[in-house]
Write a protein that binds this ligand. Structure first.
Ligand code: FE2
Length: 507
């Protein structure tokens, strides 16, 4: 392999697979081609930086029809053709006033966990160690509730252990040995240990493939010289919970990206009409009438300067005006309590936990009496239904590092986060994490609903009684997504309607 090509991509934060490498290497001047491709990828915004052969083919094709001159016209065509081709799923306006009682009873809304006020750091080294110590102790406590891990052995004392080992450690490093076994280095407050997972132990090896850096896990096994030969890896885990009965409905949104030229304004206007009971067939209006809460899991606006040349894809180029427009739109929603968390496109601190969107940027939204701002992540109670809201930045890290995980199936990643009891275990990669004195990303309470966004692709699964919801987007395919063949699921709104999932598509 030509190291120059690999290194150039590595410097640009892009990983390339074998097929992509072959295709690039076949080019007449592969170095020049590499540079031009990296230059072209400069418009990427977040995550998904694994370059495949298909993407190289797309780039080659686009090069014959230069993208820049095509952007404005092709985008408009794509958007309008999607809207025209999709038959409207909702009928015309039919006024209705069923179930008014559900909507009219007072809201029982509580913020159970919000890092906005508790979150602070001055970036000193002692905070860094306090942060990891907080994570370790919170998760160790959960692991110690398991019968095999009640009294874990301190790693320093392992050399005195004759037979079985049980320890609780944070993962420092994971690698494959020459013979393709897995070697995981774990650490506790007393030392580090190397844990070997034999590749002939298939189910354990599968478990080990889902282990990520900086998670906290339990290890059972035996001591073999300086190594621990693992027989079991134990997550803090999530118990099965009883589903929460509910006679009302909750609507979940994320990634509206107001201010972007790809924001689906018409579909969103119809969504607002539906929320107000002024759009849709009788059944759809009945659902609207049951809605008491609307949760928005971040990226409400497209932001400014989030990625290079973003201004070319904005219709509103001022962050204050983007939030003014958001206030104008969300301000039309009546009789519903709205809860908004920030995402990585919103104004404010990027490092997670992200404090609630700052009033300074979103003054008009703050004037709305039915809107509550909370941190990312946060835990809220909606008439007793506990909803864990997390934008989903750590999906990027999982999609890049864990075999079988992708942005297309965030439910698989959400399950893993619940089992690891941490929303963003991998430190120092794509997810910026603030080294607070306390780790607020630990999932301390098991929620009834786990709501995320960020990837612009809807997903829904029920797992151990918990509703796992990714609420997609109101933004049509962006230039970045076209290059990477990411197909967003647009304007598909998940509604937990009296405990049952419904997805309404707006056009
Ligand atoms: Fe996002």
């Amino acid at each position: 392999m030509d190291e120059t090509i690999i290194n150039k991509f590595a410097d640009a934060d892009v990983l390339i697979d074998d097929v992509a490498y072959q295709k690039i290497n076949e080019q007449q001047d592969s170095i020049k081609f590499t540079e031009s491709l990296i230059n072209h990828l400069g418009i990427h915004q977040e995550g998904m930086l694994i370059l495949t052969g298909e993407m190289v083919d797309n780039y080659l094709e686009n090069n014959q029809h230069p993208l820049k001159s095509d952007i404005s016209s092709s985008q408009t065509e794509t958007s309008s053709s999607i809207i025209e081709k999709t038959p409207p799923k909702v009928d015309e306006y039919k006024p209705l006033a069923q179930n008014q009682l559900i909507k009219d009873s007072p809201f029982n809304f509580q913020v159970l966990k919000d890092a906005s006020r508790k979150s602070y750091t001055n970036g000193e080294i002692k905070d860094f160690s306090a942060y990891f110590s907080s994570r370790y102790h919170k998760l160790k406590e959960m692991l110690q509730r398991k019968k095999d891990l009640k009294s874990p052995q301190p790693i320093q004392e392992l050399e005195n252990v004759q037979d079985t080992v049980n320890l609780i450690g944070m993962v420092n490093n994971i690698r494959n040995t020459k013979n393709n076994h897995k070697l995981i280095e774990v650490e506790d407050e007393t030392g580090t240990a190397s844990v070997l997972i034999h590749n002939e132990n298939h189910s354990l090896f599968e478990d080990a493939e889902r282990v990520v850096k900086d998670e906290v896990l339990g290890v059972l096994g035996t001591r073999k010289g300086s190594l621990v030969l693992a027989s079991e890896l134990i997550n803090p885990g999530t118990p099965r919970i009883d589903e929460k009965p509910m006679d009302f409905s909750v609507v979940f949104l994320s990634d509206t990206h107001i201010g972007s030229s790809t924001f689906l304004e018409d579909a969103f206007a119809n969504f607002i009409k539906w929320m107000n009971g002024e759009y849709g067939d009788a059944e759809q209006q009945k659902i609207a009438n049951n809605v008491r809460y609307l949760v928005v899991a971040g990226d409400i606006v497209d932001g400014i300067g989030v990625y290079p040349h973003q201004d070319k894809e904005l219709t509103i180029k001022d962050i204050y005006k983007q939030y003014e427009e958001a206030a104008r739109l969300f301000g039309q929603i009546e009789d519903v309590q709205i809860i908004i968390t920030p995402g990585n496109h919103d104004a404010g601190r990027l490092a997670e936990p992200q404090p609630a969107i700052n009033e300074e940027y979103a003054a008009d939204l703050y004037k709305l009496k039915n809107v509550e701002f909370v941190s990312n992540p946060s835990l809220v109670s909606l008439d007793g239904l506990n909803v864990l809201i997390y934008h989903g930045r750590s999906f990027d890290d999982f999609a890049m590092t864990v075999k079988g995980m992708s942005h297309q199936q965030t439910d698989l990643i959400m399950k893993e986060l619940l089992e690891k009891r941490h929303l963003a275990p991998i430190y120092g990669e794509r997810t910026p994490l603030a080294s607070e004195v306390e780790d607020h990303m630990v999932i301390e309470e098991v929620p009834h609903v786990f709501h995320t966004g960020h990837v612009h692709i809807n997903s829904y699964k029920k797992y151990k009684g918990i509703h796992l919801i990714n609420s997609g987007t109101f933004q049509s395919q962006t230039e970045f997504q076209k290059i990477y063949n990411i197909v967003p699921t647009c304007a598909q709104v998940p509604i937990l309607n009296q405990g049952t999932m419904k997805i309404l598509k707006f056009t």
